[in-house]
Write a protein that binds this ligand. Structure first.
Ligand code: NAD
Ligand code: UDP
Length: 342
């Protein structure tokens, strides 16, 4: 199949493009490189031993998007990763986030409609559940109160896509709700390369381990969890990427709109992740306990059984593998893709 991948140069996008190419699919990437670089795509091609087609375009430019679809007549489906994702920045620049994520998605869907491509896999997030009443979280839990504009863009886009299917049953849409993607391809050639100081736990730990940052701040140890620190469902990015291929296969059965949790079903605390990373890397991770980060919840992990049943997908890699692969990527590329502009 020919798959159009928006945001394909980014962290999850690169890993998914690699899985797609390795499975024999043709891939067209649309990315404005606002949070990524073309070197990442060159490495994907090298690993796959195959090439993909790349359009350096912005989804907020409807003419550019339409033109790409005009040049992609055999496209069967779209995987839509492109979006801004920094929670803190979204509170400071809400209009940028609403414009980029919502307008970008609407332009994309309009082009898809015009060109008769009505199969879509969308990158949603566990953040749409807000602070869940209980864990593990099932897809039929009520969608919660979002605490920031980023989260609201995900909830709003889910609504837009459900409306789209209500209006035209020819659309088939998988809303994939990711838990906490971490790790890197086992080659260490592609991985997460955040701009500036990382907001998320795993890349922060990795940069402390490699000496780019002096110390980790653990945001609170007074949560009602076993060791008092936050608990999350970390999922290996390669498992997550494979989930997209299973979702594409599901769309071929014309399921309409369906939401799936992509997580492992296991909770891991901040202190447990630090300990696992120290073991994988052989490096000490200095940390200090600081007050809670506003907006954080205590505990969040998935019930992934729906994806297991309906997508025939299950996460296979454990926290030890997530840490080992993150460390392999980070130690080979201490400054991310910038250390080898290739
Ligand atoms: P990323 O920033 O690495 O990748 C997103 C890509 O989209 C980047 O390459 C960026 O340049 C591109 N992009 C952004 N706006 C664009 C636009 N208007 N036009 C064209 N390209 C644009 O992020 P990621 O971690 O790979 O996340 C991919 C998707 O998954 C995002 O939608 C994100 O919100 C969602 N998600 C990520 C996580 C996570 O923890 N990484 C969790 C849940 C959901
Ligand atoms: N966290 C932390 N220090 C950091 C970054 C994150 O203690 O520098 C904690 C955070 O409070 C949460 C967990 O790590 O309990 C996961 O945070 P992350 O930002 O990676 O993901 P999210 O909050 O989106 O689940």
């Amino acid at each position: 199949m020919h798959i159009i991948v928006t945001g394909g140069a980014g962290y999850i996008g690169t890993h998914t493009c690699l899985e797609l190419l390795q499975s024999g699919h043709a891939v067209t990437v649309i990315d404005n490189l606002s949070n990524s670089c073309q070197e990442a795509l060159r490495r994907v091609e090298r690993l796959a031993g195959r090439s993909l087609r790349f359009f350096p375009a912005d989804l907020t430019d409807p003419a550019a998007v339409d033109d790409i679809f005009r040049q992609s007549r055999d496209a069967a489906a779209v995987i839509h990763f492109a979006g801004l994702k920094a929670v803190g920045e979204s509170a400071v620049k809400p209009l940028l986030y609403y414009h980029n994520n919502l307008t970008g998605t609407i332009n994309l869907c309009q082009a898809m409609q015009r060109h008769g491509v009505k199969n879509l896999v969308f990158s949603s997030s566990a953040t749409v559940y807000g602070d869940p009443a209980s864990v593990p979280i099932r897809e039929d839990f009520p969608l919660g109160t979002c605490t920031n504009p980023y989260a609201r863009t995900k909830a709003m886009i889910e609504d837009i896509l459900r409306d789209l299917h209500r209006a035209d049953a020819a659309w088939n849409i998988a809303l994939l709700r990711y838990f906490n993607p971490v790790g890197a391809h086992e080659s260490g050639e592609i991985g997460e390369d955040p701009n500036g100081i990382p907001n998320n736990l795993m890349p922060y730990i990795a940069q402390v381990a490699v000496g780019r940052l002096p110390q980790l701040a653990v945001f609170g140890n007074d949560y009602p969890t076993a060791d008092g620190t936050g608990v999350r469902d970390f999922i290996h990015v390669v498992d997550l990427a494979v989930g997209h291929l299973r979702a594409l296969e599901k769309l071929a059965q014309q399921p309409g709109v369906a939401a799936y949790n992509l997580g492992t079903g296991h909770g891991c605390s901040v202190l447990e992740l630090i300990a696992a990373f120290e073991k994988a890397s052989g490096r000490k991770i200095p940390y200090r306990i600081t007050p809670r980060r506003p907006g954080d919840i205590a505990c969040c992990y998935a019930d992934p059984s729906l994806a297991q049943r309906e997508l025939r997908w299950k996460a296979e890699r454990d926290v030890a593998a997530m840490c080992a692969d993150t460390w392999n990527w980070q130690s080979k590329n201490p400054n991310g893709y910038r250390s080898d502009a290739g």
